[in-house]
Design a protein around this ligand. Structure first.
Ligand code: PEP
Ligand code: MN
Length: 268
């Protein structure tokens, strides 16, 4: 498909995403989402919310369902986790909660409880689920499939828009290449390519790109300079004790340093 034809044929190219921006943007000019890789217990979440509130961040990741590569790894607290989310929501109604779902059953269970749904890299092609979210205009963060092209990614988002959904953002989380020194290869050019077609907000997930703590600051700075609309980062009160992704989650102190740096460069 030629570039011009893509522009004309995609609904995504015609929508101004105003409703999306106003839903996802808070006081900052950039979308900021932070929180642990997995929901582990209530105390962990309360600590993260206290920290985020102190830093004027209102959107947290709380994942009761964790997609894992191996069936023998911790895959979330599931229903027990949903009970924790309900309690947290009652205590902090102003906080927006993002949860990953990968089945209609997850959606059914979380529909009236969380504010934003994430569809992760392994499920970017789950068109039924994406369409259902669109039909109900439920806020969605659609991550890039680890081996998907920009066109495939935008077309997946199109399944949501086509059904009338108005609140969707994309998240670049790296792609699989021959390189093994990092968890995924960061395609910083994706924002440039996407802007040829669409105004859709695109955030970056530095944590799953690099797979370790060192370098997360640089990825965020480079991304915001390049035009990404924000970021989602993994933070944990005690990363070394985390039940998943313990090598990439930041402690509060390190994340605060990054926020200071971003303020210094006037990127927020
Ligand atoms: C996540 O955000 O926790 C996650 C699993 O990300 P991805 O789908 O990008 O691997
Ligand atoms: Mn993770």
């Amino acid at each position: 498909m030629k570039e011009e034809k893509i522009k004309k044929d995609f609904f995504i190219s015609k929508y101004d995403f105003k409703e999306t921006y106003s839903y996802f943007l808070e006081k900052n000019k950039k979308i900021i989402i932070a929180g642990p890789c997995s929901l582990e217990n209530e105390d962990q979440i309360i600590k993260v919310i206290d920290f985020l509130t102190k830093n004027n961040i209102k959107t947290i990741r709380i994942f009761p369902f964790k997609v894992r590569t191996s069936p023998y790894e911790f895959d979330g607290l599931k229903d027990k986790g949903i009970e924790i989310i309900k309690k947290v929501k009652d205590k902090f109604p102003e906080i927006k909660i993002v949860s990953e779902i990968y089945s209609e059953e997850h959606l059914f269970k979380l529909k009236n409880i969380v504010d934003v749904f994430q569809i992760g890299t392994r499920f970017m092609y789950h068109r039924d689920l994406i369409s259902t979210l669109g039909k109900n205009n439920l806020p969605l963060i659609l991550k890039r499939g680890f081996s998907s092209t920009i066109k495939e990614w935008l077309l997946s988002a199109e399944f949501y828009l086509k059904e009338g959904g108005k609140k969707i953002i994309l998240c670049e989380r790296g792609i699989r290449t021959f390189e093994t020194s990092v968890r995924n290869s960061f395609d910083i050019t994706s924002i440039i390519s996407i802007r040829n077609y669409s105004k859709i907000p695109v955030i970056v997930d530095p944590s799953h790109i690099i797979g370790k703590r060192k370098g997360i600051d640089k990825i965020i700075i480079a991304s915001l300079f390049a035009g990404f609309n924000g970021f989602m980062v993994e933070i944990h009160p005690q990363p070394e004790k985390a039940l998943s992704d313990k090598f990439q989650q930041l402690n509060f102190n390190s994340f605060e340093k990054i926020l200071n740096l971003l303020n210094h460069y006037k990127l927020l």
